[in-house]
Design a protein around this ligand. Structure first.
Ligand code: FDP
Length: 308
């Protein structure tokens, strides 16, 4: 048995990064518990930074993560997908020990929660204060937690991609090390199918996957969909732009696309906007969106070629 903390130590994580990831994992355990026992799966009566309705669980998950990030005294700036404004370390300026910034989506795919489908939390970590002007390549670590029949945590800090499962005594235990994606796939996850009405190339790509009898695996939650790909060792997830509703795509560079791109690249996969690798896109504002095509290398190459 190998626990998350030991794995981070053996991978050479600096102590403060190891502690930070442990605090994030702790928030994940509380969220996992809240989902299991929660009887309030309804709306919170508030909106998030993008004007979407918030669930009570969105608000609770956001708070659990924020609390853990703030008490660890390692986070200079925390940015939540649920909020307009970043949160800053309270001790800033006075012998501040906070070295990292964390961007997070507290409950990705939360519209699936009442239907009892899997959902997740996603985290992107960079050194220094804030994200604007940086790219996904500046990430020192990224991780996501999936809350399904089991709770799993998958992380990278640039030394491969590794999966842990929450055990009966509340520890994340190593269940899959150095995950490697095959270059080609049998599964496809075509998000935003409305885009085929505007984009002939995307239509042709989707039709090719159907003609070639790929198996559809799209749950409506990016975290479980990317997790499916990593567990099955192959796949492609796509979410193109669609005007006027999502002219830059729906998914957020900072909260979703960068962390998943880092995790998938570290598993030998690729991730592209259609114009450039996702992780090379400069972050200009926290809620920036981007199209994304991510997964097995040859599939991403074929799709990007087909989009031109
Ligand atoms: P959700 O809005 O439910 O949080 O992050 C946005 C996201 O879910 C992704 O997890 C998911 O892949 C995508 O939106 C689903 O979008 P569609 O409803 O357009 O399929």
């Amino acid at each position: 048995m190998k626990l998350l903390d030991t794995h981070l130590y053996e991978q050479g994580a600096p102590d403060d990064l190891r502690h930070l990831i442990n605090y994030i994992a702790r928030a994940g355990k509380y969220i996992s518990h809240a989902i299991q026992i929660g009887d309030d799966l309804g709306l919170a009566g508030s909106n998030n930074a993008s004007g979407e309705d918030q669930l009570a669980l969105d608000v609770l998950s956001d708070k659990l993560i924020e609390d853990n990030l703030m008490i660890c005294r390692l986070v200079s700036t925390a940015i939540s997908e649920e909020k307009d404004e970043p949160i800053h370390c309270k001790c800033k300026g006075k012998d501040c020990t906070a070295k990292y910034s964390v961007a997070y989506d507290p409950l990705d795919g939360s519209s699936l929660v009442d239907a009892n489908l899997s959902i997740g939390s996603i985290f992107s970590i960079v050194a220094g204060d804030g994200f604007v002007g940086k790219t996904g390549r500046d990430q020192v670590a990224a991780l996501y937690i999936v809350y399904g029949p089991r709770t799993t945590l998958t992380y990278t800090m640039g030394k491969g991609t590794h999966e842990f499962t929450l055990n009966d005594v509340g520890e994340f235990e190593l269940t899959d090390e150095a995950i490697k994606l095959k270059p080609s796939a049998k599964h496809f996850a075509p998000g935003n199918l409305r885009a085929i009405t505007q984009n002939e190339n995307y239509k042709a790509i989707v039709h090719r996957y159907m003609d070639e009898q790929y198996t559809l695996r799209y749950s409506g939650g990016m975290a479980p969909d990317i997790n499916h790909m990593l567990v099955k060792r192959e796949g492609i997830f796509m979410y193109p732009a669609y005007s006027p509703k999502y002219p830059e795509g729906k998914l957020r560079l900072l909260f979703e696309c960068n962390p998943f791109s880092f995790i998938v690249e570290q598993a030998g996969g690729a991730s592209h906007t259609g114009q450039m690798p996702v992780m090379d896109v400069e972050i200009t504002e926290p809620h920036q969106r981007t199209p994304i095509f991510v997964g097995s290398v040859e599939e991403v190459e074929k799709v990007v070629g087909g989009l031109k």
